[in-house]
Write a protein that binds this ligand. Sequence first.
Ligand code: MN
Ligand code: MN
Length: 282
Amino acid sequence: MTDFGGAIKQSQKFNLAIIGIPFDEKSCYLRGAAKGPQAIRAASTGKAINPWTELGANLEEEGVLVDLGDVDASGNFQEVFSRIERSVLEILEKNAVTVVLGGDHSITFPVVKAFARRFKPLDILHFDAHPDLYEELYGDRFSHACPFARIIEQGLARSLVQVGIRAATGEHRAKVLKHGIRMIEMKDIKDNLCLEFSNPLYISFDLDALDPAFAPGVSHHEPGGLSSRQALSILQRLKARIVGLDVVELNPERDVSGITAAAAVKIIKEVLGKIVILNKSK
Ligand code: MN
Ligand code: MN
């Protein structure tokens, strides 16, 4: 059951919504991310956590957060992707901030398509060990290693900033240069990183951006990543109007005592807290 420390409401009216996408058919190595949404919900129980965020928002009182369940992920992937786009757009048309629980990272392409229809221009902040900019992987243009190549190709993002990268190839670097992507690699990361965006901001958080020591429950272990604290600080320092978030690539089959699922919950809570506080100050 979803809970987020008691913040989840049953309500027809809402301004913050969670939706799950139990889909991992585009994973190139291990399957398991389809079980991500369920594991994140289970880790959000109010028996383990409270609804307050570090920045002082009480998610139970400030804002109305609902869980709209899962998108039907059966059938061929083109059908699933259209369903994802439609479901997200429906939420955005109700003016609610949308939090997407993945699923492998391929789902970010249809999700961003929906956001780009609603928000023009749209900026994107992408946390990941991998740039996910392959033109194709093993012959598949819709692999979870390709979503940002598709997003750039369709002109869906005004600016793309990537954080946590530590597995860039020559092909990725060429794309980064060609398209003016800002890739902040782990080897260059500075303390107190403060990112500022001028357009509505979508955040895509691949949990393998975190070091495997903090988040072992992902399909691709890439050492030398962000600590949970580094990631949270970057999110807390953001200067932007955040309109949506996805947290993807949780593979519960590789998790240890649910610590990666707990990290996912924490990231979602802190981003929602930022949004709530920003709305209050308006
Ligand atoms: Mn990714
Ligand atoms: Mn990744």
